[in-house]
Write a protein that binds this ligand. Structure first.
Ligand code: BEZ
Length: 218
């Protein structure tokens, strides 16, 4: 699908939310932001997802990450829907803003349109999720269909990975979890790695004898 993707700067839109007007660049500039869309208010999977996001919010805020939801209904509908979300997920408080996009204009600009889901107004949003870094660039995107709810543990895991990679010259291997070793980026020489990673690193012995898989802890 054409539209903004990783590496792109998010558009500087003025959006209406249930907490008032937000300027996207201003909102996203002072930390990391998870911008996540939903097909619609008062729909079952979305109700579970927004509740789970609220349950995980503390974990995100502790890592300097703000949440910003989007659903294509209006502000009044969002405020009514929040009562259901909080009732369904015990302890959840939806303190993060939810963008209202009843005309389906914002979802086009944010590349969040589901080509297969339509109602009488037009195409619905997919379950898209962009992670925006403080320099306003999209660093990671998920794109799920309406029928698949997202896993907030995975969202938290990728935030940890992105933040490690932004701080150190490392990457996280398959099935990595916080606390596991990370790999040193290929562009770093062994000499540089000795200085960069005071805890040392282990080079995996591979049949090729190319020393490219180096593990360390940060
Ligand atoms: C849901 O949130 O459950 C949903 C929304 C639109 C289509 C299918 C499922």
């Amino acid at each position: 699908m054409p539209g903004i993707t990783i590496g792109d700067t998010i558009p500087d839109l003025q959006v209406e939310t249930n907490q008032g007007k937000i300027n996207l660049h201003q909102f996203c500039a002072d930390g990391w932001t998870i911008l996540f869309s939903h097909p619609g208010d008062f729909t079952p999977v979305c109700t579970t997802e927004l509740g789970k996001m609220a349950q995980y919010a503390k974990e995100f805020y502790q890592r300097g990450v703000k949440l910003l939801g989007l659903s294509c209904d209006d502000v009044q509908s969002h405020n009514e829907w929040i009562k259901d979300i909080e009732a369904y997920t015990p302890g959840a408080k939806v303190n993060y803003p939810i963008i209202a996009d009843p005309k389906r204009e914002i979802i086009k600009q944010l590349n969040m349109v589901d080509p297969d889901e339509k109602d009488s107004v037009g195409n619905l949003p997919s379950r898209a999720l962009h992670i925006v870094s403080p320099d306003l660039k999209i660093k990671l995107s998920f794109l799920y269909p309406a029928t698949t709810g997202r896993n907030m543990d995975e969202v938290l895991r990728v935030i940890e990975s992105l933040q490690k990679a932004s701080k150190f010259k490392v990457a996280t291997p398959a099935n990595w979890k916080p606390g596991d070793p990370v790999v040193i980026s290929p562009g770093v020489t062994n000499e540089q790695a000795k200085e960069m990673f005071p805890k040392g690193f282990e080079t995996v012995d591979l049949p090729s004898k190319k020393e490219y898989l180096r593990l360390t802890k940060v």
